[in-house]
Design a protein around this ligand. Structure first.
Ligand code: PCA
Length: 325
């Protein structure tokens, strides 16, 4: 039986294989953060939207939690074409280009509207910086505002003195120094171990990452300072993008625009829901009093000035009008 059917079946199969070999594309996409974070959930939806729009011909396989490529390597991996697409925390690139430090400066902006204005102001430069590296920006999405996780309640700036504080970027290291603390760089997957071995005793991050790292196991207080609103960005290797059909390119760009809008809404919603989760797990959530707020604002002002100087900006730069929003 098999023999008799073979010529026909083979022809059909060969034709199908030839068509799908031309059309079907699989893209591995490394991302740094855990499945529970809104960034990863948003990226999975982004991949699904692209698959739906292309009838499964462009299939993006998301490798979350730095499982395929370690976070500090993702940018280079996409640049070199080792992988076609990836997600990176923008502040992580602050060492190679001070432009990205904008994202991690305390009180440069303090609200989602301010963060949006800062993103609108910096986006063209980010696009140009990435284009110089053979990369194309697809979208960026914020984290909820950043606060401080500590073992004891912070009552004044002096409480930061000598504190072993986690840093996740050049700017957060600088901030820790200005606070009087001692910074140590720790990536999210290593947070629990860094606390349990005493390498760090405090961190500044979002309620999202506080929940995903179960901050209540190591700290008791969350200072809801809403100090800065950093972002992740998703970008693609420009050559890989150019090789896609026009229809696939359009599907990617449309899914990216939708992901950006959806991701900002998710971050806003997470701010309250994940902060509530910290409290539900026994953490004391509190806001700074006027003196502490002034101390933190001072650190922010120093960093804003340093950044303006480094960028060669002065008061006439449009970003000056956004400060404090
Ligand atoms: N979570 C990430 C980056 C900012 C955030 O809220 C982290 O802590 O590494």
């Amino acid at each position: 039986m098999k023999h008799l059917l073979k010529p026909l079946a083979l022809t059909a199969l060969t034709a199908f294989a030839a068509a799908s070999a031309q059309a079907d594309i699989k893209w591995d996409m490394p991302t740094p953060y855990a499945d529970g974070t809104h960034h990863t959930q948003n990226i999975r939806q982004f991949a699904q939207d692209i698959s739906d729009a292309t009838d499964g011909e462009l299939n993006i396989v998301v490798h979350s939690g730095a499982s395929l490529v370690k976070h500090p390597e993702i940018h280079r991996a996409v640049r070199s074409g080792q992988v076609p697409i990836g997600e990176v925390f923008m502040g992580l690139l602050g060492n190679e280009n001070p432009l990205y430090q904008a994202d991690n400066i305390p009180f440069l902006v303090t609200s989602f509207d301010g963060a949006k204005a800062l993103w609108d102001a910096t986006r063209p430069q980010v696009e140009a910086a990435l284009a110089d590296q053979g990369l194309q920006l697809l979208y960026a999405v914020p984290w909820p505002p950043q606060g401080f996780y500590t073992k004891e309640r912070i009552t004044s700036g002096a409480d930061f003195d000598g504190m072993r504080m986690r840093a996740y970027s050049a700017s957060t290291s600088r901030m820790a120094e200005l606070l009087g603390a001692t910074p140590t760089t720790v990536q999210t997957p290593e947070i629990p171990q860094a606390f349990s071995t005493g390498i760090i005793e405090a961190m500044a991050t979002s309620p999202t990452t506080g929940v995903s790292s179960q901050a209540w196991d190591y700290t008791d207080y969350y200072l809801d300072a809403r100090a800065w609103i950093p972002k992740n960005m998703v970008f693609v290797n420009a050559r890989a993008f150019d090789r896609l059909s026009a229809q696939m390119q359009q599907a990617v760009l449309e899914a990216a625009a939708a992901a950006e809008a959806r991701g900002w809404e998710m971050a806003v919603a997470e701010t309250d829901s994940k902060t509530a989760e910290l409290a539900d797990n026994g953490m004391t959530v509190y806001t700074p009093d006027a003196d502490l707020a002034a101390f933190l604002a001072d650190v922010g002002a120093t960093m804003t000035n340093e950044w303006f100087e480094q960028m060669g900006y002065d008061d006439t730069n449009p970003i000056a009008d956004i400060i404090g929003q």
